[in-house]
Ligand binder design. Structure first.
Ligand SMILES: [Fe+2]
Length: 605
């Protein structure tokens, strides 16, 4: 049975193909169009999934869209009219896409794919989220907590998942717009000068530089009672732009004005405060810390309520708020559940997976275990005749990196074909141990935003200068943001203060973990100022080749830990294909690139 899931038209459009109960392909549109968070109808992603599954559109049994457009349009129209005439500009912008495309998804999908409209159906937004989390978890029974910005109307849901029930996932309790933890977090993110719905990770990172001095105020305006989330309407305004998402009254309580978008902070993960503006910056960091603390509390309170109403001892978490690795860690450490699972992409891109999986379950075609046990579901790294391509390239015709190295700049490069895996691991580990920054491209790309060893930039985490180079010259991002750490399963207990066992979220960089004091200098480049890191604990069965590389690095240095950040330049999505990685290699300050069994080395003369 072939079922195609689609998400589109808000952000991170994507497609996923489920064949006989197993997800065989899933990819966000932006990986193929290079437009970050691309919200357009995911034609490229659909083509990729069908090709990967070896099926024609005519062979699809069902196509499922991840939300109900008519219900969502009702919410959009209600809010625009309720806020008229203040919403006049929004009204003019919103009506065009809704009236020409968004409302007619059944027809559009049927026409674009050339399938019978009768096989196209819709799943409520939160059912898609919850289904992705539960049906990919491998659990037979579980509570499901979904927290996001907003779907149709729902912003939070508590549900029960059961493989033994025909429906699969049942939503038991919900909260509705505007009572949204995701929108509140985005509003504060905008207030702090970061881009809402994109740079929430910057807010999380900033929180580590502050104290939760405004926590009581956040408790007053963001409350939970009887499993319902409530926001104070006088504190939040979701109809304006980022500068007014927090009301002037709430901003006055905080004693701050909205910060300009992208205004830099004077914090550095390696030096804490680095300029004279830190006193003011610290006040904003205190706001971030207060929001983060309240978010931790709300996620914990709602999960406790979920446990009470379901009686389950396992929990699946979905929705954009599940990207908050600090709150997930808090929930795992202090919550009532034996196991917690977060899918590889809990956000709206993952909704395509959920829509396909719930349809498969209802058709009796879901695989109990193994519906989605790894995140490597995207584009492959194959490149035809890479050696011939490299021989024809003149590297000096390639523009220099945005931040040029000093001296007489001239690219010198060489490449080797290493078909023997042991040689490839040995030489890549040697590059890393000798202080090189390495791009690593292997197999299929990750579904979701985390680079888990197939599309990564890697470096020795004990060398702070390498981390600075990556931050300043490659990623061009604010220095208050930390890097993640990959470590082989066998060494995890020597470095990480993990809860009992290795929680699934620690395998996919979905929770922060304290680093043991004695190990901190060894991984300083991937350490946040609060002594935590966001790990990928990698076992052989998670990613055999990457585990081999970590082990190879241990043979050189004594520890299998690597700084790991996603292979992309700022403003662009993760590199999906090998040619993209080649272009990136020659346009930034990466020293070495490994694509499949080829190793390319770059230097200057
Ligand atoms: Fe969502």
């Amino acid at each position: 049975m072939n079922i195609l899931g689609i998400s589109a038209h808000f952000h991170d459009s994507s497609a996923a193909l489920c064949q006989d109960g197993v997800i065989v392909a899933a990819i966000a549109e932006d990986r193929l169009t290079h437009v970050k968070h691309d919200a357009s109808f995911p034609l490229f992603a659909i083509d990729f999934c069908l090709e990967q599954g070896g099926v024609e559109p005519s062979e699809l049994d069902a196509v499922v869209f991840y939300e109900e457009p008519h219900v969502k349009f009702g919410r959009v129209l209600t809010l625009l009219l309720a806020n008229f005439p203040r919403s006049a500009m929004h009204f003019a912008r919103a009506m065009g896409p809704w009236l020409t495309t968004h409302l007619w998804m059944k027809t559009i999908i049927a026409n674009r794919l050339g399938v019978d409209p009768g096989i196209v159906s819709f799943v409520p937004h939160h059912v898609s989220h919850a289904s992705q989390a539960f049906l990919s978890s491998g659990f037979e029974e579980a509570a499901v907590l979904t927290l996001d910005g907003v779907g149709e109307w729902t912003t939070m849901s508590i549900g029960r998942g059961s493989l033994n029930e025909a429906e699969g996932v049942e939503l038991l309790e919900t909260s509705e717009y505007p009572n949204s933890l995701g929108l509140a977090f985005a509003a504060v993110t905008g207030f702090l000068g970061f881009k809402p719905n994109d740079q929430e990770c910057s807010t999380m990172a900033l929180a580590a530089f502050g104290e939760p001095k405004y926590l009581e105020r956040f408790r007053e305006v963001m409350t939970v009672a009887d499993g319902k989330l409530r926001l104070d309407r006088d504190a939040f305004n979701f109809m304006g732009d980022h500068s007014s998402a927090l009301s002037p009254a709430f901003a006055k309580d905080l004693g701050l004005i909205p910060r300009a978008l992208d205004a830099p902070y004077g914090f550095d993960i390696f030096a804490d405060c680095v300029d004279a503006g830190c006193a003011t910056d610290r006040a904003y960091a205190n706001v971030a810390a207060s929001l983060q603390a309240r978010t931790n509390e709300i996620v914990l309170e709602l999960s406790q309520h979920a446990q009470a109403v379901t009686g389950a001892d396992r929990l699946c978490v979905a929705g954009g708020v599940a990207y908050n690795s600090v709150s997930i860690a808090h929930l795992i450490r202090y919550g009532p559940f034996r196991e917690v699972y977060v899918p590889p992409d809990p956000g709206d891109a993952g909704g395509a997976v959920g829509a396909a999986l719930i349809q498969a379950h209802r058709a009796g075609a879901i695989a109990n275990k193994g519906a989605m046990q790894h995140p490597y579901l995207g584009a492959g790294s194959q490149i035809v005749n890479l050696g011939a391509v490299l021989d024809k390239l003149d590297l000096n015709e390639v523009p220099p990196p945005p931040v040029e190295p000093p001296g007489d700049y001239r690219v010198e490069a060489s490449w080797q074909h290493l078909p023997d895996e042991a040689d490839l691991i040995e030489q890549t580990a040697e590059e890393l141990a000798s202080g090189k920054i390495v791009g690593w491209v292997q197999g299929r790309s990750e579904f979701g935003p985390r680079a888990l060893g197939n599309r990564s930039i890697l470096a020795d985490p004990s060398d702070v200068d390498l981390a600075r180079r990556i931050s300043r010259h490659i990623k061009l991002r604010q220095p208050h943001r930390p890097f993640a750490l990959s470590i082989a399963e066998e060494d995890a207990a020597y470095v990480l203060d993990l809860p009992d066992g290795i929680p699934q979220p620690a395998r996919w960089m979905q929770m922060v973990v304290p680093v043991l004091p004695d190990a901190r200098e060894r991984v300083r480049g991937a350490l946040h100022v609060d002594g935590t890191t966001r790990p990928q604990v990698c076992g052989k069965s998670d990613n055999g080749l990457f585990h081999a590389l970590l082990s190879g690095f241990r043979q050189k240095t004594g520890l299998s830990a690597l700084l790991n950040t996603s292979l992309n330049l700022t403003g662009l999505p993760l590199c999906a294909s090998a040619p993209e990685a080649l272009v990136m290699f020659w346009s930034c300050d990466i020293d070495t690139l490994v694509i499949n069994d080829w190793i390319l080395r770059k230097g200057t003369a």
